[in-house]
Write a protein that binds this ligand. Structure first.
Ligand code: ACM
Length: 271
């Protein structure tokens, strides 16, 4: 199957322009699966709560969800992309959608919020879910979720072959860390990151680190974009490669875990 990533530079607050830019860059691209960055339609470094509220959308009845479903239908493929979701009670989530040609398949609310996201968003309640689409079994995680290896592990334990990973990375470590996540779990990971610098009126700024990539279950980066340019990257993968968890004839990656010793990992830390 053909897996495609878009690395873009969203304009903060300009949803129409950001959707139009994505429509234009993928117009002639054939894909089975497309991954777009976290918050690709709104931008990331918000100035105030009111702005985030104004940019938020209900799912599935908002313009970004409709755009993604239209694009999935036009390309006869699946898409995973991030957006500001407005929940039923008005609470805001940093979410990722999974859509296909016939509509919305799943919505994942980011579990591990980064930096000022904590001012705007409620953390997701889970569960971490795997979707069997026939062409692949996929799970979603968003950006900073990479810092918590449990996220990728749980998706792998639930059978994911591909980790779909919309991102707006500002730290430089994640791209290398995702190589480790793939080795730890023998899964593919598709990280679609953004580029550019967002500056607030008070002068605070964030620079995003690009280097969108697809990593194989063997920990090989099958493609990687530059750190500062827009990109559309495609790679052909065989998702079933992720089903082989036998590291040597003696070592099975998941069955050899010593879960009887792992209690501290599932307990809340007191420090
Ligand atoms: C991030 O989670 N957007 C760094």
């Amino acid at each position: 199957m053909r897996l495609t990533l878009v690395q873009s530079k969203p304009q903060l607050g300009d949803v129409a322009a950001n959707l139009a830019a994505i429509r234009s860059v993928v117009e002639d691209v054939e894909f089975d699966f497309l991954v777009l960055p976290e918050l690709f339609a709104t931008g990331y470094f918000f100035h105030e709560l009111r702005q985030v509220q104004e940019l938020s959308e209900p799912v599935p009845d908002g313009p970004t969800t409709r755009f993604l479903i239209d694009q999935a239908a036009a390309h006869a493929g699946y898409i995973c992309a991030g957006l500001v979701e407005r929940g039923d009670g008005g609470q805001l989530y940093n979410s990722a959608l999974l859509v296909g040609p016939t509509g919305l398949i799943g919505c994942y609310r980011k579990l591990h919020l980064f930096f000022e996201e904590k001012l705007w968003f409620a953390p997701g309640e889970g569960p971490l879910q795997v979707y069997d689409l026939g062409i692949a079994r996929v799970g979603m995680m968003i950006c900073f979720d990479w810092r918590y290896p449990e996220t990728a592990r749980i998706l792998a334990l639930r059978g994911a072959q591909i980790l779909l990973h919309p991102a707006n990375l500002v730290e430089p470590y994640c791209q290398d860390a995702m190589v480790t996540r793939c080795l730890e779990n023998r899964v593919f990971a598709a990280t679609a990151n953004r580029i550019g610098t967002d500056t607030k009126p008070n002068g605070a700024s964030l620079t995003f680190t690009g280097r969108s990539q697809v990593v194989s279950p063997q920990g090989v980066a099958l493609c990687q974009a530059s750190e500062d340019g827009p990109a559309v990257l495609s790679v052909d993968i065989t998702p079933e490669e992720a089903d082989d968890k036998q590291v040597t004839e003696y070592n099975h990656l998941l069955r050899d875990r010593r879960t009887e010793l792992y209690d501290p990992i599932i307990g809340k830390t007191t420090q």
